[in-house]
Design a protein around this ligand. Structure first.
Ligand code: DX5
Ligand code: ZN
Length: 257
């Protein structure tokens, strides 16, 4: 199978002690640190107009930059924002490792977004909310980007050998994050129906990194692992446990079985 990556969600940590909380998680066996970046709207004051992605406000590039000074760990950034493109440059500079955007808000600029994420040295990922069908991310995993020397970028669905076309690309996105709760807050209940998407994706892409996020812990990990998820985000179950290392190792075992 694909290697397990256990990624504690720092949203459940004590933000006032972020560096030591991060180190504690690494000491407990974490592979990645999951960083939830949200752009917050206020339901009370603007119930209709939703220029932002989620009703919560967390951290941004300045915090990533500060944390980066204290750790070499892989910072797995999950962008719950309406305009992910605006965050590429600042997060790249700040030292983010992974940049996972939401498919629901970036349909019209995938190409540019993925290209810029890569050009800043970050690993691109795409996420979907529980209600979004898995088919929506397939194009991001399969399209090759070809660059025509005269005409710029041409996106095609099959690989043809065409004179004057230079293969630029790569499969644009390297990880799919299947949300297992509605994005916005930690501590919510795992939605088992989302596992159909993980299964479909794993069947199609045997070696893809498939991440799950929301409500994961000792009681739900087996469902996610058997569906084919290998990157496991967990906030409240890890930080809320008396023995975080034990929870991390239990989840790793379930994935690696
Ligand atoms: C929710 C975030 C999650 C959250 C998970 O929008 O994307 O990363 O922190 O927290 P738990 O594991 O408590 O559900
Ligand atoms: Zn997240």
């Amino acid at each position: 199978g694909v290697a397990a990556k256990i990624a504690p969600s720092m949203l459940s940590s004590d933000f006032a002690n972020l560096a030591s909380e991060a180190q504690r998680m690494l000491d407990c066996g974490a592979d990645w640190l999951h960083m939830d970046i949200m752009d917050g709207y206020n339901l009370k004051y603007c119930p209709l107009h939703k220029p932002h992605f989620v009703p919560n406000l967390t951290i941004g590039a300045p915090v990533i930059e500060s944390l980066r000074k204290h750790t070499k760990a892989y910072l797995d950034c999950h962008l719950m924002v309406t305009n992910p493109l605006d965050y590429v440059e600042p997060l790249g500079k700040a030292g983010a490792s992974g940049f996972t955007f939401h498919v629901e808000v970036s349909r019209d600029n995938w190409g540019e977004l993925v290209q810029r994420i890569k050009s800043k040295g970050m690993r691109p990922g795409v996420s979907l909310k529980p209600g979004t069908p898995i088919e929506e991310v397939y194009p991001l995993l399969a399209i090759l980007m070809l660059r025509n020397r005269d005409m710029g970028i041409v996106v095609i669905y099959k690989v043809y050998i065409v004179q004057n076309l230079q293969v630029e690309g790569e499969y644009p996105v390297e990880m799919v994050l299947v949300m297992t709760v509605e994005p916005g807050f930690g501590g919510q209940k795992f939605i088992p129906e989302t596992m159909d998407k993980v299964r479909a994706l794993r069947k199609k892409y045997p070696s893809l990194d498939i991440e799950v996020d929301g409500g994961l812990g000792p009681s739900t990990i087996d469902m996610a692992a058997s569906a084919g998820a290998n990157c496991i985000v967990a906030g409240s179950s890890v930080f809320g446990a008396p023995d975080s290392a034990q929870v991390i190792s239990l989840m790793r075992k379930s994935v690696e079985e």
